[in-house]
Design a protein around this ligand. Structure first.
Ligand SMILES: O=P(O)(O)OC[C@H]1O[C@H](OP(=O)(O)OP(=O)(O)O)[C@H](O)[C@@H]1O
Ligand SMILES: O=c1[nH]c(=O)c2nc[nH]c2[nH]1
Length: 192
């Protein structure tokens, strides 16, 4: 998606440790018009699939997933929580994921009330790097007996390999910008 690549070029900064900082528009301050255009792009790619639910993971996936839902008939958006809470009741699907930016493991929790074998799920997230967050969401869908129809990602860091492994396994992964290389010294970003 040219618009997203342009924004990454203009406003993204490359940090050491394979971190691309795009918090001016994607995962701290949110550009709602851009999120809307991203939702439209995923709707075009996944047209013909009967999505009943969008599943994401807190925190950064939530805003994007909610805007995307507007392009998929306003299907419910469920976000996996990364902490137990007294507000979470009843039976849950639970797994763990390692967070790339926080560098520690988190539980990933979804209430059984909100995901089941009848669901055809679109997974949405802001970033795909090593694929740990998506593995957690896929694990939860497997436990629920839900079908993963596709995966919509804003920014994939292709050089970290998580996306290509998922594609090899047959998942339909639609990343709107795929960064093939980035240099923290020069700030240069190369797209696939
Ligand atoms: O493919 P991976 O290696 O798993 O990396 C991608 C994940 O990392 C970030 O989550 P993070 O844990 O940093 O949390 P955030 O949503 O709160 O930013 C991002 O939002 C993805 O969920
Ligand atoms: O803001 C972010 N930048 C990144 O490079 C990244 N990788 C995973 N998750 C990420 N979030």
């Amino acid at each position: 998606m040219k618009e997203l690549e342009e924004r990454i070029r203009q406003e993204g900064t490359v940090k050491v440790g394979n971190v691309l900082k795009v918090d001016a528009f994607l995962n701290h301050q949110c550009d709602v018009a851009l999120f809307d255009a991203m939702g439209a792009a995923w709707a075009e790619h996944f047209a013909g699939k009967q999505i009943t639910k969008i599943l994401t993971i807190e925190a950064s996936g939530i805003g994007i997933a909610c805007m995307a839902s507007r392009h998929f008939g306003n299907v419910p958006v469920v976000f996996a929580k990364k902490a137990q809470s007294i507000n979470l009741d009843g039976d849950q699907y639970v797994t763990t994921v390692y967070s790339f930016t926080k560098q520690r493991e988190f539980p990933v929790i979804v209430s059984r009330k909100y995901l089941g074998p009848e669901d055809h799920v679109l997974l949405i997230d802001d970033f795909l790097a090593n694929g740990k967050a998506l593995r957690g969401l896929i694990d939860i869908c497997d436990h629920a007996g839900a079908t993963v129809e596709g995966i919509g990602i804003a920014v994939e860091k292709g050089f970290q390999g998580g996306g290509d492994k998922l594609r090899e396994e047959g998942y339909d992964v639609e990343s709107l910008a795929i960064v093939e290389a980035m240099d923290p010294e020069t700030g240069e970003i190369t797209f696939r």
